[in-house]
Design a protein. Structure first.
Length: 242
């Protein structure tokens, strides 16, 4: 980054930082709440900011990429009435209980939704759920060596079931039937290559298979050959830089 761009960024960051934040109102209706703040920025500007809360708290949550001892992926099919499709294919996930550490949340939610217990669990990434109106942080974990130790124990308002998928099944969801939203596909791509990173001898073989499948897939019909080839080049680049 050149010095001019660095200076512009530094000044902008300083100007837009919060100097003072006053609570104006707070509403709690069941599971969801809203806090409204009057915010003063370092540059003297003021603004009104709404913050969504869950269970009167931040709403931090864990997402679990769970791989079984025989290399199957655990996903859940869950009712999501607020989405266009009203149902979603997801990884096991859930909110943290009060003062609960992320890894504990991940293992608990995985057990509750699938009954599987991992041998190891490690952090992959974290991001804000919706930084425009929430301070909730979503943390993704990789759970490996999962084995079923009991039946799922769902909350009363949860309507879901788990499914075991192969890596090829996941690829078909990503590139074939458009079942998974684009941003979820991107995450699945990252997941697969993280998995391949742990098995470097499979890099070249899996890349060639994936390239062929993308070329033959409806992706070409949907976005055109040129964009499909760009997609292949991008995936190849991701493989090489891992």
């Amino acid at each position: 980054m050149n010095s001019e761009a660095r200076d512009v960024l530094a000044k902008s960051i300083e100007a837009y930082q919060t100097k003072e934040k006053k609570l104006v109102s707070s509403i709690q209706e069941g599971y969801i709440g809203k806090n409204t703040y009057e915010v003063t920025l370092e540059n003297g500007e003021t603004m009104i900011s709404d913050q969504i809360t869950k269970r009167k708290d931040h709403g931090n949550a864990s997402v679990i990429l769970a791989i079984t001892h025989n290399h199957k992926f655990l996903v859940v099919v869950q009712s999501r009435p607020n989405t266009k499709e009203t149902v979603a294919i997801e990884f096991p996930a859930g909110m943290a209980d009060e003062k609960e550490v992320g890894e504990i949340t991940a293992v608990r939610e995985l057990m509750e939704e699938t009954g599987y217990l991992p041998e190891t669990i490690s952090k992959l990434e974290e991001h804000y759920q919706d930084q425009g109106c929430s301070k909730a942080v979503i943390t993704t974990y990789l759970a490996e060596g999962c084995k079923k130790v009991r039946e799922p124990k769902l909350d009363a308002d949860e309507n879901l079931s788990y499914v075991l998928l192969t890596k090829r099944d996941i690829e078909e969801l990503m590139f074939g039937r458009r079942t998974v939203p684009t941003r979820v596909r991107q995450f699945l791509e990252d997941v697969i290559y993280d998995f391949l990173k742990r098995h470097p001898q499979r890099f070249e073989r899996e890349r060639k298979k994936l390239e062929l499948r993308i070329r033959q897939d409806s992706l070409i019909r949907e976005i055109g050959m040129r964009d499909a080839n760009s997609k292949i080049a991008y995936l190849s680049y991701k493989l090489e830089r891992k």
